[in-house]
Design a protein around this ligand. Structure first.
Ligand SMILES: [Zn+2]
Length: 451
């Protein structure tokens, strides 16, 4: 099975290497901003001319938005715009122009209704302060060294990795992986290189191919499985979260930057900010680690994994739940399960957003009309079942897989789901489960359960 896969390693850069990477990332930003300004200027000019009644044929000619067109324009102008251009690899400028070409395309597609998901805005200028430095290499000498401690990149040369590159090196040596590109990026105060590879993966079968597990992403737990297992949150996550909040207070007591008064941040504020960045990174790492361990285990073990299609974007707007939900990383769990079940020969079933997994009794199938979030225990008024709320939901999800098999619909909800429900607005809110239009691929109607 051929897949695209990323391998990411932390780097230990020397100060001069770090300066070189930052110079390249800056070059990417300069090229991006220059090209964006040019596209904008021509667009504004054409709009103005149109408003004066100039015929379409006589307008200022439009400039191309494709990467080759942008690159051609940049190469013609770089001598004036960036006389220092020879100091950086051409890949640096390409990074910025490529990002812009994609952003413009996404924006145009989104406006034309050709793109699923939330609307995409017009690209913005990249700021030196706020942009995460990043540069991508697609050509030239990109390789992992045989000593498994270094990587080789064009212009930047030999960089030391903080961790062993064994996982990737072994695949490359066996001829099972081909490196397509490498991106160097700073994240949480640390440098990383990530390789995009084409990987030949062995075909696998889950340990129990015909078993099914329902996963309900909990509030107090990382997840609750229909088997009755409670997967706890990663250890130290609370401690790390407390530290994060304490550092936030420390930062607010120190003198930070103020653009209105031109106040420069104090050294003590800068120091606190660095600590804060590291604390954020630690929380993110703990969470990612916990999710990866869980999803790997589920995908290796079970033939079918069932999860809910949660409206994460909608829930994040709920400020009280926001931190909790961000913590649990619902969307990330689903994303990981989607590719890991595929790698392991299993499948992922995503329940319809309106499927009442929490409100249905997993014993008799009766559906409650109301269930407050504060009710942590499910008590059925029909059959008298008393069960943990999340476990009840997980069992319902597991039972759903059997219905998908008989109904014969596809396993995963389509990406366009977000958009449909939003446009449907009030209608969608009133819609009863199982009455979704036929085009909504892959959602499982809960028919026959409430009977
Ligand atoms: Zn019941």
């Amino acid at each position: 099975m051929k897949t695209m896969q990323a391998y990411r390693f932390a780097l230990d850069l020397t100060p001069s290497q770090e300066r070189a990477v930052l110079a390249h990332a800056g070059a990417a930003r300069v090229a991006h901003n220059w090209a964006l300004a040019r596209v904008k200027a021509v667009m504004d000019q054409r709009a103005a001319e149109r408003s004066y009644g100039v015929a379409d044929a006589d307008l200022t000619p439009a400039v191309g938005w494709s990467l080759p067109a942008l690159r051609k324009a940049w190469n013609a102008a770089k001598g004036d715009v960036a006389p220092w251009w020879a100091e950086c690899s051409k890949e640096a400028f390409n990074t910025g122009l490529d990002a812009l070409a994609r952003a413009l395309k996404n924006w145009a597609d989104s406006r034309a209704g050709k793109r699923a998901g939330r609307p995409v805005g017009f690209p913005r200028f990249k700021s030196r302060r706020r942009t995460r430095p990043s540069v991508r290499f697609t050509t030239g000498a990109i390789r992992v060294e045989a000593d498994r401690k270094h990587v080789m990149l064009p212009r930047l040369g030999r960089l030391k990795t903080h961790e062993s590159t064994r996982k990737l090196t072994r695949r490359v040596d066996a001829g099972a992986a081909r490196i397509l590109s490498a991106t160097v990026r700073r994240d949480g105060g640390r440098w990383y290189v990530s390789f995009t590879c084409e990987v030949q993966r062995a075909d696998r079968v889950p340990t129990h191919p015909f078993s099914t597990v329902g996963v309900d992403v909990g509030v107090t737990h990382l997840a609750v499985l229909s088997t009755g297992e409670l997967v706890p949150n990663p250890r130290h996550l609370d401690t790390a979260g407390r530290r994060m909040r304490r550092l936030a207070r420390r930062m607010s007591r120190r003198v930070g930057p103020d653009r209105r008064t031109g106040q420069r941040p104090s050294n003590r504020w800068e120091r606190a900010r660095r600590q804060m960045t590291r604390a954020h990174a630690r929380v993110a790492n703990l969470r990612r680690d916990g999710l990866h361990k869980l999803t790997t285990r589920l995908a290796r073990q079970y033939g079918t994994v069932v999860v809910e299609d949660l409206n994460v974007a909608g829930m994040l707007r709920n400020r009280r739940l926001a931190r909790r939900i961000a913590d649990a990383g619902f969307a990330e769990l689903r994303r990981q399960l989607a590719y890991k079940t595929e790698w392991n020969g299993g499948r992922l079933v995503v329940a319809d957003r309106w499927y009442p997994s929490s409100k249905t009794c997993s014993g008799c199938g009766a559906v409650k009309t109301k269930l407050a979030l504060s009710e942590r225990t499910y008590t059925c008024t029909t059959c008298g079942l008393v069960l943990d709320r999340d476990l009840n939901a997980a069992r319902n999800l597991a039972a759903l897989a059997a219905e998908v098999d008989t109904a014969g619909s596809g396993p995963v909800a389509g990406r366009g789901a977000n958009r449909k429900t939003r446009h449907g607005g009030p209608v969608a809110a009133k819609r009863q489960p199982g009455t979704a239009p036929a085009g909504k691929a892959g959602t499982a109607p809960p028919q026959g359960r409430a009977a």
